[in-house]
Design a protein around this ligand. Structure first.
Ligand code: ASP
Length: 325
């Protein structure tokens, strides 16, 4: 049953394109990608379309943009493949659709939408996910179409460092890093280009979507937080919509997306809850990342505990983007 809300709401969409130490020469490409995604999503919302269509459309634009770690241009697994995870959630109908470890789909978020709409199940992985998408009209492509030379090079460098016994270039946003173990296990600081969107439509329905190629040099078969319900993505009209990026393992252990939306349901402003989620991530597990959070009343929050995060928002008041909050 759809939860009824007030008749007219201010259409709003928030987008992120990863949280890490985005270098100055990559900032413009990140902002341009986020802007294009906002435009696609907001065009749907302003025409009275659904928040679910808006987040799917925004994330499709970001998957198609090789700047980001989603779709074509994603980071590679340790054996040189692109392996993708994505989730969509409709907070009005409380429906979700997710796919993980897919290697032959250009836009995993579209496969996730098909799971949401056409299946009694919620989550498909690997070959089963691809076959399900194909049976519903999505062409399967060769994995090499998703792989860029830029990423082959990046993987080679990461693996050369690894075999030389050099520590990953771990995130160093804090001087008082919690523990040496944390630093040793943390993925390289430059591997958080996951994308996501949250939106509120004029009917008052919230939706969220997150899509990723995961972390650089990941072991094949590894699934991170991004496509797991309540971890990297969640939406419920009774609480909030959220999408996260960052080091997936700590985010998963804290079920951080649901943690943040529960705070909004309990009365916190999304702006505060987003910042608290990032503090909790770091204080509890030494984790790092970024979050976008949107309440059913249109109040929103952005936060990151990394040096930068590609972010943007579109409302009837206009469109705004940045790489730092
Ligand atoms: N959260 C993603 C993962 O761990 C990575 C990212 O945000 O870039 O798979």
């Amino acid at each position: 049953m759809r939860v009824k809300t007030r008749a007219t709401h201010v259409p709003t969409i928030l987008v992120h394109g990863g949280a890490w130490a985005i270098p100055a020469d990559a900032a413009a490409a990140h902002e341009a990608g986020v802007r294009a995604a906002l435009k696609a999503g907001y065009a749907i919302l302003s025409a009275g379309g659904s928040s679910l269509d808006a987040v799917e459309s925004a994330v499709t634009v970001l998957e198609d943009d090789p700047t980001f770690d989603a779709g074509r241009g994603s980071f590679l697994t340790s054996d040189g493949r692109v392996q993708l995870d994505a989730l969509l959630m409709d907070g009005g109908r409380m429906k979700a659709g997710g796919v993980a470890c897919v290697e032959h789909l250009r836009n995993p978020i579209k496969a996730a939408r098909l799971v949401l709409e056409k299946s009694p199940h919620v989550y498909f992985v690997g070959d089963g996910a691809e076959q399900f998408a194909h049976a519903h009209g999505i062409p399967l492509i060769d994995n090499s179409e998703l792989v860029l030379d830029r990423e082959r090079e990046r993987l080679m460098v990461a693996q050369a460092r690894q075999s030389a016994g050099l520590a990953d270039q771990t995130f160093s946003g804090f001087d008082d890093d919690k523990s040496p173990e944390t630093a040793a296990l943390s993925p390289a600081w430059d591997s958080h280009d996951t994308v996501g969107a949250v939106a509120l439509d004029v009917q008052g329905n919230l939706s969220a979507a997150t899509s990723t190629g995961g972390t650089l040099n990941k072991t094949p078969g590894r699934v991170g937080d991004s496509s797991l319900i309540g971890c990297g993505c969640y939406a419920d009209n009774l609480s909030a919509a959220v999408s996260l990026t960052g080091w997936g393992e700590p985010i998963m252990k804290l079920v951080l997306g649901k943690w943040a939306t529960d705070r909004v349901a309990a009365g916190s402003a999304p702006e505060i809850a987003a910042r608290e989620a990032m503090s909790y991530l770091y204080n509890r597990l030494g984790g790092h990342g970024g979050i976008i959070l949107l309440g059913p009343d249109g109040r929103f929050g952005f936060a990151h505990n990394t040096p930068a995060m590609a972010w943007g928002i579109a409302t009837p008041a206009g469109l705004q983007t940045g790489v730092k909050i």
